[in-house]
Write a protein that binds this ligand. Structure first.
Ligand code: SF4
Ligand code: SF4
Length: 364
């Protein structure tokens, strides 16, 4: 990214910052541009002080470039780190050898109380068998916020869906047996309850994203989605143009482009089974249209698996909350689906020290 463009963008947008605002750095891998991150943070701090604005910073990273100098900087600015870490599936789904490095880097981050750490793990139909053991591993490493998502690029078969159900039951069993209070459970968004409403995408409303090529979008997922695609006309609907053109013409560009973003609401979406507007769960459902489009290839068309996954996730959350409310009620799924218990501390230590996913033989 051209640092002069970055500077002009920060100068232009800074007067629009809320009193408490959030600046997030995404990639690719944002730490490849650490010098620009530092420059941006310093510029924002300088400008914000004058207006009494509190900026919160976050970084989504695969962790591969984290070192003591970078951690010093992140700690000094009280960054939140969202670390992509697939637990025991790491070496299968991401770069081979990255498991050991991340397991060694997580304690270093946790040693720094002014950095908030959340992990994000993605499981696919191929790696779903690692789910429960991975969550146990990550929570035993001391991570207090664990986020989990499911990848849909490869189709989920009936056996992988069954395995997903079993794994979720094991996750609940682990949480119940290791945590007294629901507030102690390290599930990142467990406490978040969506208000009943027809939810809409916030892109462009209270957030903007600057892409590496200097173009502006309503949310960072849009340039990722359109990157390298041939959907030029569709991309134009959501792109606010380059920074300089936007600065000059924002009075016309912004409202015109926002008309397209305004259509991104649940009651405009559909699944192969029909319109979301007709669904009983619409007021409690929120599916990111861009995340769904990355799988389904069309914005607003939600693939059946994504819809089913969203329903399953809400159900699991409800079940876990209920189980903590009624601790003596047996979890039939967890009992029926027991895979022989969790690894002991010693086994887990072995996992952390030298486990390679194929060695544990938990592929289906
Ligand atoms: S719903 Fe998705 S596309 Fe919209 S703002 Fe949220 S993350 Fe971005
Ligand atoms: S559960 Fe499925 S059909 Fe219902 S609103 Fe959500 S995505 Fe649409």
């Amino acid at each position: 990214m051209d640092s002069a463009v970055l500077t002009r963008a920060v100068r232009f947008f800074q007067p629009f910052f809320a009193r408490e605002c959030f600046i997030d750095f995404y990639g690719g891998e944002p730490l490849l541009a650490f010098a620009e991150i530092r420059q941006t943070v310093e510029q924002i701090e300088g400008l914000s002080k004058k207006r009494g604005i509190k900026a919160h910073y976050s970084l989504t990273t695969n962790g591969s470039l984290l070192n003591d100098d970078i951690l010093d900087f992140l700690e000094g600015r009280e960054f939140s780190i969202l670390l992509s870490f697939d637990g025991l599936a790491q070496d299968v789904s991401r770069k081979k050898g990255s498991f050991d490095f991340l397991v060694s880097v997580i304690p270093k981050i946790l040693e720094r109380p002014r950095i908030s750490l959340e992990t994000n793990s993605v499981f696919t139909s191929e790696t779903i068998s690692y789910l429960s053991r991975s969550i146990e591993l990550i929570s035993r490493l001391g991570v207090r916020k664990i986020g989990v998502g499911f990848g849909h690029r490869r189709p989920w078969t009936s056996s992988s869906l069954l395995r997903q159900k079993k794994e979720m039951a094991l996750v609940r069993k682990y949480f119940r047996s290791h945590y007294q209070k629901i507030t102690d459970v390290p599930w990142a968004d467990l406490g978040e309850q969506l208000e009943k409403a027809i939810h809409c995408c916030a892109a462009g409303l209270n957030k903007m994203a600057l892409a590496a090529d200097g173009t502006l979008w309503g949310c960072f997922l849009f340039p990722q989605y359109f990157n390298g695609s041939k959907k030029i006309r569709e991309a134009q609907k959501y792109c606010f143009g380059d920074v300089d053109t936007f600065i000059e013409n924002h009075h016309t560009i912004y409202p015109r482009t926002m008309e397209n973003y305004a259509a991104l609401r649940m009651d405009n979406f559909s699944t192969p089974d029909g319109l979301c507007a007709m669904c009983d769960e619409i007021e409690e459902c929120w599916v990111c249209p861009l995340a769904a489009a990355l799988t389904g290839r069309k914005i607003g068309r939600i693939p059946a698996l994504v819809c089913g996954g969203a329903k399953m996730w809400r159900k699991e959350k409800r079940r876990l909350l209920e189980q903590f409310k009624k601790p003596n009620q047996p979890d039939k799924d967890a009992a029926a689906n027991s895979l022989g218990g969790f690894p002991s501390q010693r086994e887990l230590r072995r996992c952390v020290d030298n486990l390679r996913p194929p060695a544990v033989g938990i592929f289906p």
